[in-house]
Write a protein that binds this ligand. Structure first.
Ligand SMILES: [Zn+2]
Length: 175
């Protein structure tokens, strides 16, 4: 029987064959998923450029991400850069698959941009100085508001307040 890899015969044979087929099916799915895992995709901090302002994305507290339906991924160093990118139609709205922002309270987690709770913080310096931060939980935002000060704001309001390219608050220098 050397070299015979046929499946066991007998009453259990059908079951074993079925399990084997199921297993190979799972393997095939895992390979497909391995090539194209579901977004959000992990951000390589310090190693990718912001798609809007071209600064290096280095601070996990402010980072954001946009994924197109074709599977292209854009990384951002700040929520305001993602918002400006979207507001200026850098990618056609119909091409957007999903948008993600960092949870300021859990900076290793990206959360859906439209579902996040936002704060325009007072005592904080985000990369582009517009100081938008996001939270997955409303209670976390309330705590941040108490400690940092600022204004609660919605994703749609952030999109509306985005200035044209090159005219961010960062260009206004105090003093
Ligand atoms: Zn940027």
């Amino acid at each position: 029987m050397k070299g015979d890899f046929s499946l066991p015969r007998g009453p259990a044979g059908g079951l074993v064959a079925g399990l084997w087929l199921g297993f190979t099916g799972l393997m095939a799915m895992a390979v497909v998923a391995g090539c194209n895992p579901a977004p959000p995709y992990p951000i390589h901090f310090g190693g990718v450029e912001c798609a809007y302002c071209h600064m290096i994305v280095s601070d996990p507290r402010f980072a954001a991400e946009l994924v197109t339906k074709e599977g292209r991924v854009y990384y951002f160093d700040s929520i305001e850069c993602l918002a400006s990118f979207v507001a200026e139609d850098e990618v056609a709205p119909a091409e957007v698959h999903s948008m993600w922002v960092s949870d300021f309270a859990h900076p290793d987690q990206l959360i859906p941009a439209a579902a996040a709770f936002y704060l325009k913080a007072l005592r904080l310096h985000s990369p582009m100085r517009r100081n938008f931060i996001a939270f997955s939980r409303q209670t976390d935002r309330s705590q941040a508001l108490a400690s940092l000060g600022g204004t609660e704001i919605s994703w749609n309001e952030i999109l509306k307040t985005q200035p044209a390219h090159g005219a961010t608050d960062a260009t206004i220098r105090p003093g």
